[in-house]
Design a protein. Structure first.
Length: 135
């Protein structure tokens, strides 16, 4: 899949074009809008990323990767309550999702829910330690 090669090489413009073609060919698949959303966020277009991630969520409402990426973008856009909600939904499906833990921690801190922020930070740290031990 050429789009994934561009994505892995961080060639955002080529990856974006390729994933947009994939979205046209397979509009029922959530992966292209998910990846388009991630690329747009990487390029600093959080508004565009939010639109694409909402499209991915409509296609795959229970996918923890989609929910976590949406939470991250919502947090970056200042929608902390929305980010906490989506991160929580992602963590219900995948309790070790690092992106969701980061979005939850940052957003909970912004909403002054210190217990939730500390809990997310603790889980993220434990996850990093497990990953380091396995390397």
């Amino acid at each position: 899949h050429l789009a994934l090669i561009y994505f892995q090489n961080r060639d955002w413009d080529k990856a974006l074009r390729s994933f947009r073609r994939c979205a046209e060919i397979s509009p029922e698949e959530a992966e292209p809008p998910l990846n388009i959303g991630i690329i747009l966020a990487e390029k600093g277009d959080d508004a565009g990323a939010a639109v694409e991630l909402a499209r991915a969520k409509a296609l795959a409402p229970d996918d923890p990767s989609v929910l976590a990426q949406l939470a991250l973008v919502l947090s970056r856009r200042g929608d902390y309550a929305g980010a906490v909600l989506e991160a929580g939904r992602a963590l219900e499906k995948d309790p070790d999702n690092a992106t969701a833990l980061n979005a939850l921690g940052a957003s909970a801190l912004k909403t002054r829910d210190l217990n939730k922020a500390l809990e997310a930070g603790k889980k993220a740290k434990e996850q990093r330690m497990r990953r380091l031990k396995s390397e």
